[in-house]
Design a protein around this ligand. Structure first.
Ligand code: NAI
Length: 271
């Protein structure tokens, strides 16, 4: 149910690939809440064409940008301000990719060119996005920037591979840049640590089916869905969370603070 929480707010949404994407659901919810935005994704992802449907549905324009490429990002930020008619209030970074995972390399057998590409796309891109926004003076006071992360940054999930390290790097960038964005521009920066979610990126993790059901059974409220995540992001883009910054916010139905659940114990009980 819409509450008009983002009426008059403008922003950029990275990472809507298809209708399962967390960024896709977030774009739909932001639109329902009265926000306006530019959609962006890597040029290669555009070729799949699905993002056009989302743009049509939400009355948005699309500007392709590889989030690791500074020229693309400068062009994106400049054009977005032209299209939206002013500075920005929110930015969602919903981007992740590990070449080692894609190519089936084990954590103990990484190809370091792949490792470097993965942290550039999944973590340093967040710094690049924020540095571009910061230097272009593109954010309004009390703006809000969110990136999506996973708890493998704190605890080991073996099949999450080098994405665990990329997420730790991403979360650190949120804290470090959050300081400067807060002090200098009154802008907040947070990461949302989301439950496993069946998307293209999520399903790339080996054994995802077992992983997602285990997380669901371990979480008192069950896994948070992509739509739940979209709702949480709306709250972080709204004026109701102005003093929340430099946080890694667990959005996981309670998983991260649960030692074990009765359902999981039952699975291991002999009788
Ligand atoms: P997705 O596959 O729908 O989205 C990933 C997006 O990253 C795609 O749109 C892809 O085109 C984009 N991308 C990749 N390389 C890029 C580049 N160089 N420049 C610009 N964009 C690029 O999957 P999902 O799950 O919606 O992922 C969104 C975020 O949520 C990621 O950061 C992911 O790690 C995070 N996350 C996902 C979870 C899951 O289980 N699906 C759990 C926790 C966090």
């Amino acid at each position: 149910m819409p509450y008009n929480l983002l009426k008059g707010k403008k922003g950029i949404i990275f990472g809507a690939l298809d209708e399962n994407s967390i960024a896709w659901k977030t774009a739909e919810r932001i639109h329902e809440e009265g926000g306006e935005f530019v959609l962006t994704n890597a040029p290669i992802a555009m070729r799949m064409g699905q993002i056009n449907q989302l743009a049509e549905k939400t009355g948005s324009q699309i500007i392709p940008a590889d989030a690791t490429n500074l020229e693309d990002l400068q062009n994106l930020v400049e054009k977005s301000m032209e299209i939206l008619g002013g500075k920005l209030d929110f930015v969602l970074h919903s981007i992740g990719m590990s070449v080692n995972v894609r190519k089936g390399r084990a954590y103990t057998d990484q190809k370091y060119d792949f490792t470097t590409k993965g942290w550039d796309v999944s973590a340093v891109s967040f710094h690049k996005v924020m540095q571009t926004l910061y230097q272009a003076e593109a954010m309004n006071d009390w703006g809000s920037i969110v990136a999506l992360t996973y708890m493998a940054a704190q605890r080991t999930f073996p099949d999450y591979n080098d994405m665990a390290d990329n997420k730790a790097y991403l979360e650190s960038i949120a804290r470090s840049f959050g300081y400067f964005f807060g002090k200098d521009k009154k802008v907040r920066v947070n990461t949302i640590s989301q439950s496993p979610t069946p998307t293209t990126a999520g399903q790339g993790v080996k054994g995802f089916g077992g992983f997602i059901s285990y997380a669901d059974k371990m979480s008192p409220l069950g896994n948070a869905t992509a739509l739940d995540c979209a709702n949480y992001t709306v709250s972080l883009f709204s004026d109701l969370t102005r003093k929340v910054t430099m946080q890694n916010l667990f959005h996981d139905g309670g998983f991260s603070n649960t030692g074990v659940s009765n359902e999981v114990i039952e699975k291991f009980s002999e009788e």
